[in-house]
Structures are given as C-alpha cells and as structure tokens.
Ligand binder design. Structure first.
Ligand SMILES: [Zn+2]
Length: 384
C-alpha cells in the first residue's frame, strides 16, 4: 500500500509572536530596506510608535492610509505613492484590510502593468514575474491571519466583486504578531474579527483539503478561541488577547495551506455586492453553514467525525456531539449580538445572484459536502 498523505505547506519567511514583539520591527526592517512605505488603515496615528522606532533605527518612512476594505484603485495609488517617495520596502500596520492593501502594493510595485493584469476572475490572472518589494505585516486585529497568507483580496466597486491577487511570492518576509497591539480593539470589532478567526479554524479543519499539519494548528487553536473569544469582547485581559492573536495566526496558517468552506464561499460574493465587513458576514453565516453541512453529510451517509471533534474542541466536553457544537456556536453568535445578513441590505431577491457567484468561489469547492441550490438558499434564509 502506498502512503495517502500529500501536502505543501508554505508561510511567511519568519514569524515573530508575543507581547512587545513590535520592538523588533525596526531592526528587521533595516535589514530589508532604507525607506518604508508604511500602510495603515483609516487611523494612521496608531502607527506612531512604529514610525518612531523606524526613525530611531535610521529608516525613512512614508505613511499611506487605506480606509476600509481595499479597492483595486487603492492598490494603484499605493504603488504611485511608493514610487514618488522612492520606498524600497512595505510595512503594514493594521487590520486584515490594510494587510491586503499592503500585500497588493508590495506585489504591484515591482511587477509592471496594471493590477488587472494579475487579478483572478475579472483580470488577466497573469502570474507575478518579479518578487514583490520586501514586505512586513504587523496585524492590529486578531482575525484574518492575512499576515501569513499568499493572497490579497481587492474589491472592484464597478463590477461589485472581490477578487484575489495571489502568488506564493506574496507571502510576507516577516509577520509580527504582537497581542499588545489588539488591547485597545473595541468589543464589536473584537467580536467580528474573532469570529472570523474561529471560522478560519473550523473551515480548514472540516474541509476536503485538510492536512495533518493544518489539523494540528486547528486542534491547538480552536480551544483557545473557544475559551477566550467572549471574554476578549466583554472583559479582555492579556491572556484572552494572546489566545485570540494565536487563534488568528493559526487560522491564517491553516487556511492558506488547506482550504475553507461555504462560509467563505458566500462571504466573497456578499463582500463584493454589499458594504458588509468580512468578519461580520462570516459570523452571521457560521452556525447555519455548520448545521446545513451536518445535515447534508448525514443525508448522504457520509462521516461527520470532524464536526463531532470540532464540538469537543469547542465545548471541552469529550462526549459532545456535532449538534452540541452547532448549539455552542449559535449561543456565542447570539451572545455577541451579531446581526443577520439583512442588516447589510441583503434580501431574498439577492439569493440567486449570491449563490451563482458563491458556486464559483474556490472556498466553496473545499466545503466538506456538496450543497445544492436549495440547501444554499436555506443557509442564506436562516442567516438573514
Ligand atoms: Zn475570513
């Protein structure tokens, strides 16, 4: 008999994790360049400490802020800003959106032509030919794990879609995950980004492309997210922030090397069509997708052991059933007051369009079971 295990695992060249690790950003940056384009979200003031550290280390920096989830045009203006100022490395200090923006800017800075030449689905989908500018990612939320993924999601407002710029070379040179940077994160953002992190552990663990290595990451981090997510929202302390930062990192490592599922299959088109934050959309969908998947697996006489194990990891109860896991997630989502999808203007009339687009999403293809249109409609209906 031949072996059955085959996988590839790739990640950032170097990962630094821990309280206070931000201090290592400047010495590391000095080995990669002399003038940093510092990409931030809508509040660049928060990067003040980083700018001071870079200055002390003798580096120049130019700040470039990108508000909200990045659009193709934001990548273009970022590249122009880097050229005008003669930057030779990109450092992102921000949430998942800022990291995606910075990752795209670093890639397009060294590769000629237009962003569209390289974008999947709506663009030419050309592979990058040049290594991106050296890129350091420093997340300030605990959710997306984008500091260790190889794609940047960009929105096209004209086409109402979100698409990826993706290449193995886009993995950052350095990811610095410092839980201290999330201490001031408001409860609402802690909840939605944290539920995205939890989703990004559950989906890789249950998907068709799970590997022993991504399983290990998920098994370690699901209990951390389970014990700390609610507390990080209601009564945060360094231990809960550390748990969520690790959960986010492990989720990013897992999803980038296995796959996701229907939650993310839906989140891609919904995020393109509506003004809805990614984490909040995932949070609204998660319990309903697990319930539909479990039902479909049972109907088709397929094994659902992964959902049983997920339930045990979530509840800490070694006898928990898959159904207990769904109840646990439902309670958490309700406790954290996650609004339904109708909150973003989504209505029944949008379902066919969302479903058609979701079917083509790469995440949907890794879902543990094939769902038909009626089942997909059912999920959207219950998540509304
Ligand atoms: Zn996500």
């Amino acid at each position: 008999m031949s072996g059955k295990v085959q996988f590839e695992f790739a990640t950032a060249t170097r990962i630094l994790f821990g309280e206070g690790k931000l201090a290592e950003a400047a010495p590391a940056a000095a080995t990669l360049g002399k003038h940093a384009l510092v990409v931030t979200g809508s509040t660049p003031d928060r990067a003040q400490k980083l700018l001071e550290l870079l200055k002390e280390e003798g580096l120049k920096s130019t700040i470039h802020s990108v508000a909200g989830e990045p659009k193709i045009a934001d990548a273009r203006t970022g590249v122009e800003c880097a050229h005008q100022n003669g930057c030779d490395l990109v450092i992102v200090f921000g949430g998942g959106s800022a990291i995606d923006a910075g990752k795209a800017i670093a890639a397009l800075y060294t590769n000629p032509g237009e962003p569209l030449d390289y974008l999947e689905v709506i663009g030419g989908g050309q592979p990058l030919t040049q290594s991106p500018a050296p890129f350091i990612a420093i997340p300030t939320t605990a959710g997306t794990g984008a500091e260790v993924t190889r794609n940047a999601v960009l929105a096209s407002p004209e086409l109402r879609v979100k698409v990826s710029l993706r290449h193995p070379l886009m993995l950052p040179k350095l990811a610095i995950v410092d839980p201290q940077l999330t201490y001031e994160l408001p409860p609402e953002l802690t909840a939605t980004t944290g539920l995205d992190a939890l989703t990004q552990l559950i989906e890789p663990f249950t998907c068709t492309r799970a590997t022993p290595m991504t399983d290990a990451l998920c098994r370690e981090a699901i209990p951390r997210a389970a014990r700390s997510l609610q507390r990080a929202c209601e009564n945060p302390n360094p231990a809960t922030r550390e748990d969520m930062a690790l959960a986010s990192l492990h989720g990013g490592l897992a999803l980038a090397n296995s796959g996701l599922g229907a939650v993310h299959g839906f989140a891609a088109p919904i995020g393109g069509m509506f003004e809805a934050p990614h984490g909040a959309v995932c949070a609204a969908l998660l319990p309903h997708v697990i319930a539909a998947n479990l039902e479909a697996l049972t109907e088709q006489n397929l094994k659902a052991d992964r959902y049983t194990e997920t339930a045990r990891l979530l509840t800490g109860n070694p006898n928990a059933t898959a159904k207990d896991g769904i109840d646990w997630v439902k309670t958490l989502v309700a406790t954290l007051k996650i609004p339904g999808l109708s909150n973003y203007g989504i209505s029944k009339g949008d379902f066919p369009d969302i479903i058609e687009k979701a079917r083509t999403a790469s995440s949907m293809k890794a879902n543990p079971v094939n769902l038909d249109d009626a089942q997909l409609t059912g999920i959207l209906q219950t998540a509304l």
